[in-house]
Design a protein. Structure first.
Length: 151
């Protein structure tokens, strides 16, 4: 029952709309935030050097603050922003499908957790397998969340 609810197209569309609404709010209100996402779904233009991408974990956090925040744009399917990586601040345009955003954090506190499971062939996510497992891994990657779950 839970899996069928979390993978229901209507539920997934509501989650995607909620992600968009939250990010639009944070951008308009000029609030810095971070996102946790599956890095394999993220597009970098130009592509980052291998020595930088090799340092990324499967679930990676991007901080949207300063110039990155100023450059951020959102549409109905993607969040994009410019960011610098590595010691040399290698610049790239980062494009993240909204449904690949597993968490949105403000001041290291999650304000949104995406529990939707996208089925292959849905409009916004190329490939999301084991959605519940990925969401739970992302949730548990923050020690503050682990404290909440123990209560």
């Amino acid at each position: 029952m839970l899996t069928s609810t979390l993978s229901n197209e209507k539920f997934c569309n509501m989650m995607e709309d909620h992600i968009q609404d939250i990010i639009e709010y944070l951008l308009v209100e000029n609030i810095n935030f971070s996102i946790l996402t599956n890095v394999s779904d993220v597009n970098f233009q130009p592509e980052l050097p291998v020595e930088i991408t090799d340092t990324f974990k499967q679930i990676t956090m991007f901080v949207v603050a300063g110039y990155t925040h100023e450059s951020a744009l959102i549409n109905e399917d993607f969040l994009s922003f410019e960011a610098g990586f590595g010691a040399d601040n290698y610049g790239s345009l980062v494009t993240v499908p909204l449904m690949s955003i597993l968490q949105i954090l403000v001041e290291d506190t999650p304000i949104f957790i995406n529990l939707a499971i996208q089925v292959a062939g849905k409009k916004t996510l190329k490939k999301q397998k084991k959605g519940i497992k990925k969401s739970m891994e992302a949730l548990l990657s923050n020690p503050e969340n682990q404290k909440l779950l123990k209560k």
